[in-house]
Design a protein. Sequence first.
Length: 250
Amino acid sequence: MQSPASSDLQNRLALVTGAGQGIGAACAAALSRQGARVICTDLDGQRACNTALRLGASAQAFTLDVTDSAALHALAARLPPLDILVCNAGIVRNTPAEEMSDEEWDTVLGVNLGGVFKTCRAFGRRMLERGRGSIVNIGSMSGMIVNVPQPQCHYNASKAAVHHLTRSLAVEWAARGVRVNAVAPTYIVTPLLQELEKEQTQMARWMTMTPQGRMGRPEEIAEVVAFLASDAASLMTGAIVNADGGYTCL
Ligand code: NAD
C-alpha cells in the first residue's frame, strides 16, 4: 500500500506568471507556505520582485511577458525543470463586440490564450523530458457563463479556450507524467476587478447572481491552486475546478 498523497510541496520548484499582484501573488504565497521554492514572474518586473521579497530568500523574480516565446524559452533553458507551473497572467477589457478593434481582440486573446499555450509549451517540454510535473491554469467562470452587464466577448472566449486547452494538454501529456488542470474563479477582489468596477455600480447585481452573496479573495483561489499542484490531486488531470461561490449553478 502506498503512503497517502500529500499536499506538502517541500523540495518542489514552482513558477507563477503574473505573480506581481492579485491572484498570482496569492498563488506564489500559498505555494511558498506549503514548502515550494517559488519563481515569481510578471510583465512588471518590479512587482514580481516585491512578491518574491515577501516570500523570503528562497524566492526569485524575473520580468517575463507570457506572449514572448523567445523569452519563455530562454527562461526555461536557464532554470532547472519545474515541478509546478501556474499560468495566471491575464487581462480584461470592456468593449462592445461591434465596436471592438482587431488590435484589442488580438491583445486579449494573445495574453489570455496565447500566453497560457506558450508558457505551457516552454516549461512543459522540460517536465515531459523528466516525466513529471503539475500545471495549473487560471481560467474563469467567464469561460462557462456570459458576464453581465459588462461587454467582454474576447475575454469570455479566451477563458473558454483556456479550459479546453487545459483538457487537450492533459490528454496529450497524461501518459508522460504531466498533469494539467484549471481553476475557474468567480469575481475576485484584485486590482484587475477594481479597475473594471471603478464606479461600483455592477457589484450589487453580481452579488444577487452569486449564491454565496460575496466576491472571492485571491487566497481562496490560491488554496485550490496549491491543492491541484500537489500530489493530493494525483488522480486529477483535465479538471476545470469551479471556485465561484455557486455562481455557475444558477
Ligand atoms: P491583476 O490584473 O490583478 O494581475 C495580473 C498580473 O498579470 C499583473 O501583475 C500584470 O502585470 C500581469 N500581466 C499582465 N499581462 C501580462 C503578460 N503579458 N505577461 C506577464 N504578466 C502579465 O489580475 P487578477 O485579477 O489577479 O487575475 C489573474 C488571473 O485570474 C487572470 O488570468 C484573470 O483573467 C483571472 N481571473 C480573475 C478574476 C477576478 O475577478 N479578478 C476572475 C476570474 C479569473
